[in-house]
Design a protein around this ligand. Structure first.
Ligand code: PLP
Length: 640
């Protein structure tokens, strides 16, 4: 970065560099102290904001240190309202003859606090839940507590699953069973006849339309779930023969998650509406069209049909869906159905942020060596290396780099053969790093970067060690190369003068982050600030509310992080509404079947034996056991 820029750096430069306003959806911005803020709108359209650093400080004072998962309840409420209100507006503006009923798929974030918040914020919209397993249905039945909202049951269903849903219907709960495979029809019929309850049946169809994006295997002929047109007709006939065709009320499909292209959304609706109209024609009452999930999140803020983005707004999504349904059904003279969507990702992604501190950094720069200098008597290869580094000019970057690399490798191989000393080798490594850094600086000014040197900035970038586990907190970064917005949450009024990749605290070389959102395209390094002595440096990973929490695992036995849920009041004050202390070491050990008491007992015996052998005193034994016990109940992450 050039000197001038560093001096005149403003918050605006940071906003642009990290694309905050592109991916922040109006929820995240930065304040004049250079800290990331959460922006909220009051009921009268007035806005208020709170700094994430204030929330972090409040949590730390309450004993919830880094890494810390922040759930911002207001953002969850706001997204539920946005989705419902935008559909309501599209329905009104297009003159659509029915309503929207959203359901939240529990699998996207099963945490009790999240589901409770969705049920409570969704109440005024009759927003329901989607359950994909018995466990999720049980949670839904107890938490939802609103018989106007729907509970849609997907997934494989055994008799127990179906019986539970049928019993709940007796209580007035609106349960829908979506038939995913042909064999389920028979089970539903059998259970319903036994229980004497008329079930609400839905059919999940396999659309032929294929979509773009990462999850496109969910659609098409070979998708795991759903009925083909032949299965569907068999189901209609089967229901008719049991006098249950009047129970077939819903058509469901799911294109896959994170559908980046609006064209695919529209194609899906059009195809589904053909099926819908024909089921009506067959004599089923229908009434509900369930479009599944797929509403994408613009993680990189590019507004494109790239995997981690989307080329449509929520307005466009709702209007396109409504228009496509009307376009098909009106011409067939079929009444407009209730529109259901199962948006998970778009509902919860915004509300969670992971905050973590940086523990240390590594730089690829020469190390200060006081007692080691190059002298005339050193090996010729070392002197050649010194010459090559000494003669770098803007005109010979590629050539100088090749020479330096060659001589450094020669010195390395001489070392292997015992022909240079460890000190000489250290000098050679230092010289090479010095030369490479000089070349990298000159590249900033070069008009054209030679092909062989394009990776140099990356190779020389710093490593920032983060107090968190990628596997536990953002597993999709590791599993599917997902990119999330990642940036410092303070010091944004200062120019970031370093460029780095992030390594996590697990000792797995996959525990790293080296793909970041950039101004135009994805970047391999992230601009960061130098650490300041005695001051924490806090980064945040944003938009992680969907799919990350329960998919995370205990790699290296790093457990659940601390969690706080906050609700921001209109006067800008922060309510710490829920706190969950992260797993202790004894918690994670128990998960993998150790028994902390038995472990202590074994360690005690070891200490007792050491006393007997005269290795330690009794007083030392006491202290050692206290240290052991304290660690056992401590946080699994780095504690300061
Ligand atoms: C996973 C899933 C969803 C959620 O999809 P999002 O893209 O997160 O909205 C919805 N419906 C079904 C059937 C699913 O399997």
């Amino acid at each position: 970065m050039k000197k001038q820029q560093v001096k005149d750096w403003t918050c605006e430069d940071s906003a642009e560099l990290y694309g905050i306003r592109n991916w922040g959806a109006g929820y995240f911005d930065l304040n004049e102290s250079g800290e990331i803020s959460v922006q909220l709108e009051g009921p009268n359209g007035d806005s208020h904001s709170v700094s994430l650093m204030d929330i972090a400080r409040g949590a730390t004072e309450r004993g919830l240190g880094m890494p810390l998962l922040l759930r911002i309840e207001n953002l969850l409420d706001a997204q539920i309202a946005r989705i419902n209100e935008t559909f309501a507006r599209a329905i009104h503006d297009c003159g659509y003859g029915n309503v929207f009923r959203g359901v939240f798929p529990i699998k996207v974030n099963q945490q009790c606090q999240v589901i409770e918040e969705i049920a409570s914020a969704g109440r005024r919209f009759n927003h329901g839940l989607e359950a994909g397993s018995k466990a999720e249905l049980i949670a839904a039945l107890s938490i939802l507590d609103n018989t106007e909202s729907l509970i849609v049951c997907n997934g494989y269903k055994d008799e127990e699953f179906i019986n539970l849903g049928l019993q709940a219907q007796r209580l007035g709960v609106q349960v829908f069973f979506v038939v995913e495979t042909p064999s389920e029809v028979e089970t539903i019929i059998r259970c319903a006849e036994r229980e004497q309850v008329r079930p609400n049946i839905g059919a999940r169809i396999k659309l032929a339309s294929k979509v773009g994006g990462y999850w496109n295997a969910t659609s098409g002929d070979r998708s795991i779930f759903g009925l083909g047109s032949n299965d569907l007709i068999a189901m209609v006939d089967q229901l008719r023969s049991h006098n249950m065709l009047d129970c077939l009320k819903l058509l469901h499909y799911h294109l896959g998650s994170q559908v980046p292209n609006i064209r695919d959304i529209r194609t899906g609706v059009l195809e589904a509406c053909r099926y819908y109209a024909d089921l009506v024609e067959e004599g089923a009452p229908m009434g509900y069209l369930d479009l599944g999930g797929g509403l994408a999140v613009d993680y990189d803020g590019s507004k494109t049909n790239y995997t981690h983005s989307k080329n449509y707004s929520l307005d466009e999504y709702c209007v396109d869906v409504v228009e496509a349904i009307m376009g098909t059904l009106d011409s067939e003279g079929v009444a407009h159905p209730v529109i259901i969507t199962e948006s998970g990702r778009a509902t919860v992604a915004y509300s969670s942020v992971l905050l973590f501190d940086i523990l240390d950094t590594t730089r690829f720069e020469p190390v200060e060596l006081e007692h080691t200098r190059i002298s005339e008597g050193d090996h010729q290869m070392l002197l050649n290396l010194q010459d090559a580094v000494g003669s770098i000019t803007p005109k010979n970057l590629q050539e100088s780099y090749n020479d330096a690399l060659y001589y450094r490798d020669e010195v390395r191989s001489l070392y292997l053969h015992g022909q240079v000393s460890l000190r000489e080798r250290a000098n050679a490594e230092n010289l090479f790093l010095q030369g490479s850094q000089e070349i990298r600086k000159l590249l900033d000014e070069a008009e054209e970067i030679p092909a062989d040197l394009q990776a140099l900035p990356e190779v020389l970038s710093d490593i920032y060690y983060a107090n968190m586990s990628v596997f536990q907190s953002v597993p999709d970064i590791w599993a599917i190369d997902q990119v999330f917005p990642l940036l410092p949450v303070h010091r944004l009024d200062e120019a970031p003068t370093r460029s780095a990749i992030i390594a996590d605290i697990t000792c797995d070389c996959d525990g790293k982050i080296d793909r970041f959102i950039g101004r135009e395209k994805e970047q391999k390094t992230l601009p960061l600030h130098e650490l300041k002595n005695g001051e924490d440096y806090i980064l945040g990973t944003f938009l992680i509310g969907a799919y990350q929490e329960t998919l995370g695992d205990l790699h290296n036995l790093f457990g659940d992080t601390n969690v706080v849920s906050v609700r921001i009041q209109e006067d800008g004050s922060i309510d710490f509404s829920h706190e969950i202390h992260g797993d202790s070491i004894s918690d994670v050990l128990s998960y993998v079947e150790y028994q902390p008491k038995a472990l202590f007992e074994r360690f005690r015996r070891l200490a007792e034996r050491a006393v007997k052998q005269g290795l330690i005193t009794v007083a030392q034994r006491k202290q050692i056991l206290q240290t052991y016990t304290a660690s056992m109940s401590g946080y699994t992450y780095f504690e300061k």
